[in-house]
Design a protein around this ligand. Structure first.
Ligand code: AMP
Length: 433
């Protein structure tokens, strides 16, 4: 017999974990509504070129981690599974002419992303993100709004210890000169660079600042800082983002080594970490400004700003705190029967209650009444409806499982009575608590 497993780097979200994700998705979608971001869906795969241009060909995400989809021979296009949401959203923005809408166009999306990463704890080949984008506003106020929104998400999710690392990575005016200075700095120690870093020195020296190789730590610490080389407008933008965050009471730490090493990423860059977890490649989320991206995908020059928060790592962090909120709600009521074989009557009454909006389960096991009642209590149900001989005259017994009391009630009154009792049960519970 073959034994099948989920592909390496993927995992099944079993019901408890799926409900922890659902809770995060619902917090995200509620926040998006409050902040005026509208939901969008894009395909799970796009033409590869959308990512090659939209993320950049000299990034790990595209060079090493893109899940390419082998085309059927008659298809001319090549596709890839989406490794992130921004490129696809900007493609949709352009395709549907959203540039005629009043800016900024505020969109959000949550769903699975795919990267051919080396799997490890908190790093998967299929993972979930909540993505927020504001297209058409150059900031700096929108930058602060988005950073604050991300921080609020973690608080509402139940992670109080999330820190914001903030930086400005300049723009095509000031960055080239800085990159020359940076290249000279690393060039002076070229013989000490690990091989991959030596390659990056030629192709993309900014990426060296991002290196997690311990051999690089000293060189990174002494490297010239981009924040000291910003042009006037970028410097003013960064100061204003900080002023807006200060004015909102949002705490952050300026982290000069935080970079996104591509030309169309501009100015604001930020990441979220749990306190003490920086540098462990365990960012909870991150984002920034991408004023060059819309143009790169074929539109007119249009600023953009957004973030992507990884939901898997939030669920893991909440589980570590014992607070994933993954409780399955118990049924309010279980329909049980004196005649073990009379499953149709139990199912029929449960169906009536469900049609009325109640959270009801029928015990469909052919077993004695006592066993059915035990199981209902064990499941945490508040009430049992006991179906017996009185059904002939339209009645059942309604049993309060906690109080151990029961009384006859006409089936036609059951839903109304259960709703009333559930409400007072809740108030009673709250009153006691
Ligand atoms: P990035 O676009 O790489 O900045 O990713 C944004 C967020 O998505 C990260 O901060 C992580 O929380 C999450 N993330 C990225 N890659 C993975 C992965 N392979 N597995 C799980 N989460 C990931």
């Amino acid at each position: 017999m073959p034994s099948f497993r989920a592909p390496r780097g993927t995992r099944d979200l079993l019901p408890a974990e799926r409900s922890a994700f659902a809770r995060l998705e619902s917090i995200a979608s509620d926040l998006a509504t409050r902040y005026g971001y509208r939901a969008i869906e894009t395909p799970l795969f796009e033409q590869s070129a959308v990512f090659e241009r939209g993320i950049g060909e000299v990034t790990d995400v595209v060079e090493k981690e893109l899940f390419r989809v082998a085309p059927r021979t008659e298809e001319a296009e090549t596709w890839a599974l989406r490794p992130e949401a921004t490129a696809g959203i900007v493609r949709a923005y352009l395709q549907h002419g959203m540039h005629v809408l009043p800016p900024p166009v505020k969109l959000h999306l949550s769903g699975p992303m795919f990267r051919y990463d080396r799997p490890q704890a908190g790093r998967y080949r299929q993972f979930w993100q909540w993505d927020v984008e504001a297209i058409g506003d150059g900031g700096p106020a929108i930058d602060a709004e988005i950073v604050e929104l991300g921080a609020r998400f973690y608080r509402e999710a139940g992670l109080p210890d999330v820190e914001i690392l903030l930086n400005s990575i300049g723009d095509p005016v000031c960055r080239p000169a800085y990159i020359d200075t940076l290249r000279a700095h690393f060039q002076s120690a070229a013989d000490r660079l690990p091989p991959t870093e030596r390659q990056r020195l030629a192709s993309n020296p900014l990426r060296l600042l991002d290196s997690k190789d311990p051999a690089m730590a000293d060189l990174i610490a002494t490297a010239p800082r981009l924040v000291d080389h910003l042009c006037g407008p970028c410097d003013e933008h960064f100061a204003s983002v900080r002023r807006h965050l200060d004015g909102l009471g949002v705490g952050y730490r300026v982290e000069p080594a935080l970079v996104r090493g591509l030309d169309y990423y501009t100015r604001t860059a930020f990441e979220f970490y749990r306190r003490g977890a920086e540098g462990q490649q365990q960012a909870l989320g991150g984002g920034g400004r991408y004023d060059g991206l819309v143009e790169l995908l074929g539109g007119r020059p249009t600023p953009g700003m957004g973030f992507a928060l990884g939901l898997d790592r939030v669920v893991l962090a909440l589980e570590a705190l014992g607070a994933s909120g993954a409780q399955e709600p118990a049924s309010l009521v279980v329909v049980v029967g004196a005649d073990p074989a009379a499953t149709l009557e139990r199912l029929r009454i449960a169906t009536l209650l469900r049609a009325d909006g109640l959270h009801a389960r029928a015990d469909l096991a052919v077993r004695k009444l006592g066993r059915q009642l035990e199981s209902a209590s064990r499941d945490g149900a508040h009430f049992a409806v006991i179906v017996g001989d009185e059904l002939a005259t339209g009645d059942v017994q309604l049993r309060d499982l906690a109080a151990g009391t029961q009384r006859p009630i006409p089936v036609v009154d059951l839903a109304r009575e259960l709703k009333r009792a559930a409400a007072s049960h809740h108030h009673g519970a709250a009153g006691r608590g």
